[in-house]
Design a binder for this molecule. Sequence first.
Ligand code: 4NP
Length: 154
Amino acid sequence: MTKILMVCLGNICRSPLAEGILKSKVDTSKIVVDSAGTAGYHVGSLPDSRSIEVAQKHGIDLTDQRCRKFKVEDFEFFDYIYVMDRSNYNDVIALAKSIEEKNKVKLLLKEAARLEVSEVPDPYYGGTDGFEYVFGLIDHACDQIVDMLQNGRK
Ligand code: 4NP
């Protein structure tokens, strides 16, 4: 069972999208996908309504998700911890207790998508077009993750 965690700051905009998009592309009886935030501002909340909306437009339902905070036990449970930006990376790495734990943490776009842009920008303070842009970046990365899982390629 491969276990993948998507992490952003609030766990209401980017990582819920990443969780929903990846879940839509894999057999969830074989691959565990979850998401969390490095901050606890929104614990227990639904994803941001703009993330719910853009996902819905692409046939993905995020409304069963509830925000949770990243916890140190996540290092043990998950095989891959994909973060959205460098600030998330630094926050998560600061909690790691070993090289093995640090090695699980990867920038989603750098390791998975290999796009020119290496960070998924925070769309929280922008308009809905930002959410569509973020959806596209994450969708591309998730295609690459599926490819990696199928071909055993890192
Ligand atoms: P996210 O976006 O990290 O993509 O979930 C944010 C959501 C909320 C806040 C910041 C970023 N906030 O400061 O409340």
